[in-house]
Design a protein around this ligand. Structure first.
Ligand code: CIR
Length: 267
């Protein structure tokens, strides 16, 4: 693998939130997000992605799919190919068809995850040396077995880990800072799944900050986590803080709202 391909991207894809975002899935009975406020947050997110130098495609809202703003879950773009996943939530399964259509205009190689299981993109962390995938309520062993066949063909090693049961997705609790450095919550650090990497632990009490993303020279961090911002800046990272208050009402965050990739780049 080219280690830098894990955080240097020429392109990104996002999808506008629709009015139906109020119907999005959430754990518990929290408040609905405001569609207008969500749209404003999304616009700021897209602008920040563009400011990193990436070419960003913003797809139209899909009112039939309230969670479709979280484009990370129905696809994985890696090693120059797009893989259409099989989201594990029934109301999200249909997001794969419009995502396939969109990615087919960008990628020469679009591969469907075969039937037999489920995988959400939120459970996948691509590092500079491998794909880490967390088994969760959305991602099962059968889905991972199918994915492994595809990623092996692309020349990218895949390692299975466990998403802690208290979080939705593996990346709810971690994010990549550079090819060799992972930012993660204490339970994930303690699990040992990042042994061999340089790890920066999320300050206690700021756990939602763990869903950060590195895009080219920037680290995007959720707004409202001052100790994390200071820690990362002290380690030399260039940090841009973005509000994800509306996405958070649906258990979403920074990684979920874009697919980031370089089309045609091999592993
Ligand atoms: C869901 O439950 O599927 C959405 N409400 C949130 C998805 C967040 N996606 C992500 O963490 N990759």
């Amino acid at each position: 693998m080219n280690p830098e391909a894990s955080y240097r991207f020429s392109h990104a894809v996002a999808r506008k939130p629709g009015k139906s975002v109020t119907q999005g899935i959430r754990d518990g009975a929290g408040p609905d997000p405001s569609p207008d406020a969500f749209l404003r947050e999304h616009q700021a997110y897209v602008e920040a992605l563009r400011a990193t130098g990436a070419e960003v495609t913003v797809l139209d809202a899909l009112e039939d799919f309230p969670d479709s703003v979280f484009v990370e879950d129905p696809a994985l773009c890696v090693a120059g190919a797009a893989i259409i996943l099989r989201p594990g939530a029934a109301t999200r399964f249909g997001e794969r068809d419009p995502m396939r259509e969109a990615l087919a205009t960008i990628f020469d190689q679009v591969i469907d995850l075969p039937e037999g299981g489920y995988v959400d993109g939120g459970d996948i962390l691509v590092t500079g040396r491998e794909i880490l995938i967390g088994l969760s309520a959305r991602t099962d062993e059968a889905g991972v077995a199918q994915l492994e066949k595809i990623t092996a063909g692309l020349g990218v090693p895949l390692r299975i880990v466990q998403t802690p049961p208290e979080i939705l997705h593996f990346k709810t609790g971690c994010g990549l800072l550079d090819a060799e450095t992972i930012f993660a919550t204490a339970p994930l650090v303690r699990s040992g799944c990042f042994d061999g990497y340089r790890v920066i632990e999320c300050p206690a009490g700021e756990e939602p900050a763990a869903n950060l993303i590195r895009v080219n020279d920037q680290v995007f961090l959720a707004k409202g986590f001052p100790r994390t911002a200071e820690l990362l800046r002290s380690q030399g990272y260039t940090v841009t803080e973005l509000s994800v208050a509306e996405a958070a009402k649906l258990d979403g965050g920074l990684s979920c709202m874009s697919l980031r990739f370089t089309p045609g780049a091999s592993s």
